[in-house]
Ligand binder design. Structure first.
Ligand SMILES: *[C@@H]1O[C@H](CO)[C@@H](O)[C@H](O)[C@H]1NC(C)=O
Ligand SMILES: *[C@@H]1O[C@H](CO)[C@@H](O)[C@H](O)[C@H]1NC(C)=O
Ligand SMILES: *[C@@H]1O[C@H](CO)[C@@H](O)[C@H](O)[C@H]1NC(C)=O
Ligand SMILES: *[C@@H]1O[C@H](CO)[C@@H](O)[C@H](O)[C@H]1NC(C)=O
Ligand SMILES: *[C@@H]1O[C@H](CO)[C@@H](O)[C@H](O)[C@H]1NC(C)=O
Ligand SMILES: *[C@@H]1O[C@H](CO)[C@@H](O)[C@H](O)[C@H]1NC(C)=O
Length: 930
């Protein structure tokens, strides 16, 4: 007896420790007992996940019977979109590589900026046909690039992928999957799982087969009589979506339907949906693409029966965008129920916009919010001890992006009921909540956010999948008679009604909804930073929270930049920037790029009225003056203008990630920007193509875009909450122009004046200390050149131009000429000894000659790179050309004479003529025998 009891207790305990699989875990390369939990990710038990929750970090271990890359993602919905992923594989050099990546959609996840803070590898490897690794992850992620929080007190969606290939790419179909896993030990009521419950009965709600029309949208209604009982309880559901065209299933409870509706019983489904008004107002449950079966924990159930409702209406929505003909569909929705009284009765509260149509959203926006308020007057009707929410189902259509239900209690916002980001239409699910308490008098704000970038016309709310919906269905206990709580505008349904916002409270105890005015639509509340994922909440805030970097490369010229959070995750997102400068400037320009010749430029000058500014997008193909660029999608925003002698342009750019001659990733931590200006008379023109005079100053700087990323997609320069950080790279930039001038001047002196003079000297002059004069002068020239080179490298580092040919040639010269004194000395010594040129001689002489010519040419390249005026280039060309011509003539003449002399019969080598001294320069001391 005692033994039997023990065995019974041990079984579930053992199952917890080694997971629900019947597989042995002997193949796991690490010690599974270091973890608190284990779950099988794939259907074969060949991918095993282990976890141990911690206060700040949680530890995860994953092992797969495969010999290639292995990836584990923390996802919001079970989709790849927005997932924060740990990826490991054997790299090219044979070492084990671990990376934090993030997925912006159903594409190969990108390497994250942060490789050290969010996730840390603790152990890992590939051996004996098994790939495995253990890592630590922050529970609260940083607000960077789709890093996700770990729901360590509740349920977490995991996605995984594995392969036998070590090259990381998008997984092959089949080697991937998703699992909703309960990480915490907290009590959750609603399980996304088809569990069998002993002593339960089955009930199938059937929509008999109908022939679907070719219309895009069809709704069918089928009335069902629930099993006769005073009171029974739905405890689980097994939706069986059998048609690929099925968009949703909803089961409504009918509270005392009129006879005309009861007549529908046993009849064919009513698919004349446009003329049908569904009388059943109680929401029981829904299936939508992505949803699994569900089961309540033991002791919980949703009541039905004569004490509640006897009839239910099944609504099926078919979506046939291709207008397929001859489609037939039937649907079964099976439920588990029990007639045993459950300990806790569950109800469902409908939140969101119950006025399905009549409203519209702006097209062409990356994120449009649609909110409805559930008023305190309605929640006051809950029992005095309040209710406990156990799960929420957020529903939107294709454009849905984020959804949330916020709670305002007593004038202050508290932690939200739910906040779901990266919604995916095909991955809808019932989100398990960690028993969230709601009190009478709470105000609930339900918001859905949509991406309408693909739309050109206003997007309507409506029943078609092409239109949008916003619902949040909350399962809670204990059951009460409030079925729905929202706001409506009576005029949307009936043009003769007033155009106003009123509250609606729907109760099963009343025949019709209660409609009343409420101050909660206008009353303000204190908005606290909500708990949960702060990163996403930033983008939820209407104002404030925007991250702005600001750089003032000259003391009176400043530039600012903001990248809305969503721009880094979806498509070619918007960016916002600001130019500001006093009216003492004729124009000021900001440009993306490393060089004016390939830059995406925005030029600000005063408008015709002299009261506002004109912002002209320009490009400078080749080295011409910048011309108007009509491809730039920019808008001058509010806050732009001229005030107190300062010109300000607040700008939104829609396509600044790519332009004809370049691109900029919004996730780059180091991006190159340029600026230019001209002091003088105002331009005073509205013409974006107006010819402008050449700049009198310019420079470059870098911005770390991660510091500029955050906030909603709205003009951040008018919101007080914008979070401005000065760009750290701004320091020292204002000296760039002067530095570039010094660099150019010093290098020109070295290559146009000093080096050639030193070389000509040794060819033409003839005096005792000639070799010392030559050496001394060239070493001095090199010192000047090295100073110029140092400045050049500093500038190149700042404006990311070190890969330019000018910089590369400069650095090669700097390196090669460094060895000239050494080569010169050896050459000189050997020449004295052997009285003839050696390899060292040729190395010294020709490195010098090539170096001088290359240096002169490189000066021209430098002027081009710096995009200086034509005048500078002309002056330089004249001087460099003249000196170059003299230098080359002397060298050619010298070689010619040398060839002639050496072809003559040699006289005594010890009495080399003065001429031959000159021929080799170095020989002069040879003969004078110092
Ligand atoms: C629905 O259930 C009925 C029995 O209740 C069965 O005959 C039918 O095949 C089922 N249909 C589907 C689509 O599963
Ligand atoms: C917009 O259209 C593109 C191309 O058809 C599609 O890939 C994308 O998902 C659409 N975006 C939305 C928000 O519907
Ligand atoms: C709301 O605030 C009032 C006074 O500030 C307090 O008496 C009341 O208990 C509060 N209600 C809730 C639900 O916290
Ligand atoms: C209804 O009121 C809103 C807000 O006051 C207004 O923007 C809208 O134009 C009005 N609609 C009609 C049809 O008058
Ligand atoms: C969110 O940010 C605020 C302000 O930075 C902070 O006080 C709060 O603790 C954060 N919430 C979480 C859950 O990290
Ligand atoms: C300048 O023009 C912009 C864009 O049209 C506008 O938003 C802004 O209010 C104007 N500023 C002034 C001072 O008129």
């Amino acid at each position: 007896m005692l033994l039997a009891h023990f065995a019974l207790c041990l079984l579930p305990a053992a199952a917890l420790a080694i997971g629900p699989s019947n597989n042995s875990l002997a193949w796991i390369p690490f010690d599974p007992t270091q973890f608190d939990g284990n779950a099988v990710l794939d259907s074969n038990g060949q991918v095993q996940l282990f976890w141990k929750n911690g206060a700040d970090h949680s530890t995860f271990g994953i092992a797969s019977q495969s010999t290639g890359y292995l990836a584990l993602g923390f996802s919001e919905t079970g989709a790849m979109t927005g997932a924060d992923m740990a990826v490991a594989y054997i790299g090219d050099n044979g070492s084990f590589v671990f990376e934090n990546r993030h997925a912006t959609g159903f594409v190969t996840p990108q390497v994250s900026l942060d490789q050290t803070d969010n996730m840390r590898l603790k152990a890992g490897g590939q051996a004996n046909g098994v790939t495995s690794f253990i890592f630590e992850k922050k529970n609260k992620a940083n607000c960077l690039q789709d890093q996700a929080d770990v729901a360590n007190d509740s349920w977490q969606w995991f996605i995984y992928a594995f392969s036998d290939q070590n090259t990381f790419a998008q997984h092959a179909a089949g080697d991937m999957g998703k699992q909703y896993i309960k990480l915490g030990t907290g009590n959750t009521v609603s399980l996304n799982d088809a569990r069998n419950v002993s002593n339960s009965k089955y009930l199938t709600v059937v929509q008999p087969e109908v022939a679907l029309p070719t219309d895009e949208t069809t709704y069918c209604y089928t009335l069902q009589k629930m099993p006769a009982t005073n009171k029974s309880f739905l405890i689980g559901e097994r939706p069986q979506p059998s048609s690929p065209l099925l968009h949703h299933l909803v089961l409504y409870a009918c509270y005392g339907p009129a006879d005309q509706y009861v007549d529908m019983l046993g009849k064919a489904p009513n698919c004349d949906w446009q003329n049908f008004s569904n009388p059943c107002t109680g929401f029981v449950t829904e299936w939508a693409p992505g949803m699994s079966a569900r089961t309540f924990e033991e002791g919980f159930g949703k009541p039905f029966g004569t004490e509640f409702y006897e009839y239910a209406m099944l609504e099926t929505h078919y979506n046939n965008p291709q207008g397929l003909a001859g489609q037939k569909a039937s649907t079964n929705y099976t439920f588990l129920y029990t007639d045993q009284q459950v300990g806790t009765e569950i109800g469902t509260l409908t939140l969101g916009d119950m006025q399905v149509s009549g409203w519209f959203m702006n097209p062409g926006k990356p994120l449009v919010a649609h909110s409805t308020i559930c008023t305190p007057e309605c929640t006051e009707r809950w029992p005095s001890e309040g209710i406990t929410a156990v799960s929420v189902f957020h529903h939107m259509h294709y454009r849905g992006r984020n959804a949330r239900v916020q709670i305002v209690r007593n004038g202050t916002e508290i932690a939200p009921l739910s906040s779901l980001h990266d919604f995916e239409y095909g991955y809808q699910y019932s989100k398990a909540l960690n028993n969230i308490k709601l009190l009478p008098g709470d105000q609930l704000i339900t918001t859905c956010e949509y991406n309408t970038l693909n739309d050109t016309a206003p997007v309507p709310g409506g029943q078609s999948s092409r239109d949008e919906m916003c619902f949040a269905w909350v399962d809670y206990y204990p059951l009460n008679n409030v079925l729905g709580c929202t706001q409506i505008n009576p005029q949307l349904s009936d043009p003769s009604q007033p155009n106003e916002t009123v509250a609606m409270c729907l109760q099963s105890s009343a025949q019709s909804p209660d409609i009343y005015a409420s101050t909660s639509f206008t009353s303000s509340f204190q908005h606290l930073p909500v708990s949960g994922n702060n990163c996403t909440d930033n983008s939820f805030t209407a104002l404030g929270g925007a991250a702005v970097v600001k750089t003032c490369p000259e003391k009176d010229i400043c530039f600012s930049l903001n990248i809305p959070q969503q721009s880094t995750s979806s498509g070619p997102g918007d960016i916002f920037f600001q130019l500001s400068a006093p009216t003492t400037y004729s124009w000021v320009a900001l440009a993306q790029g490393t060089m004016m010749s390939n830059a995406n430029m925005f030029l600000m000058h005063s408008s015709a009225s002299g009261k506002n500014v004109t912002l002209s997008p320009r490009m400078a193909p080749g080295h011409q003056m910048p011309v108007f660029n009509d491809a730039a999608d920019i808008t001058l925003l509010e806050g732009s203008g001229i005030s107190n002698g300062i010109m300000t342009a607040n700008v939104r750019c829609r396509n600044c990630t790519k332009w004809t001659t370049g691109e900029m990733s919004l996730q780059d931590s180091s991006t190159a920007w340029l600026y230019a200006h001209l002091q003088g008379q105002p331009v005073n023109s509205d013409d974006k193509t107006v010819p402008i005079s050449k700049h009198d100053g310019e420079g470059g700087f870098q911005w770390d875009l991660s510091h500029a990323t955050g906030g909603p997609d709205v003009n951040p320069f008018t919101s007080a909450g914008a979070n401005v950080t000065s760009s750290s790279s701004a320091a020292g930039i204002q000296t760039n122009t002067r530095m570039a001038q010094a660099h150019g001047a010093l290098a020109s002196i070295a290559f146009v004046a000093l080096f050639p003079t030193g070389a000509i000297l040794v060819r033409l002059a003839n005096f005792r200390e000639l070799v010392w004069a030559h050496g001394g002068l060239q070493v001095f020239s090199y010192a000047i050149f090295a100073t110029a080179g140092g400045l050049g490298i500093f500038i190149g580092n700042q404006d990311a131009s070190l890969q330019e040919p000018h910089a590369i040639i400069g650095m090669i010269l700097l390196g090669a000429l460094f060895f000239m004194p050494l080569a010169g000395t050896i050459h000189h010594r050997l020449y004295q000894k052997l009285q003839g040129r050696t390899l060292w001689s040729y190395a010294h002489i020709f490195t010098g000659r090539i170096g001088v010519v290359l240096g002169m040419i490189n000066g021209g390249l430098g002027l081009q790179l710096a995009n200086t005026g034509r005048a500078y280039i002309t002056v330089y060309s004249v001087f460099a050309g003249l000196m170059g011509a003299i230098y080359v003539s002397v060298m050619v003449f010298d070689e010619y004479k040398r060839v002639r002399t050496s072809s003559k019969p040699a006289t005594a080598s010890s009495s080399a003529s003065a001429e031959s001294n000159k021929l080799d320069g170095d020989v002069s001391e040879g003969s004078t025998g110092q």
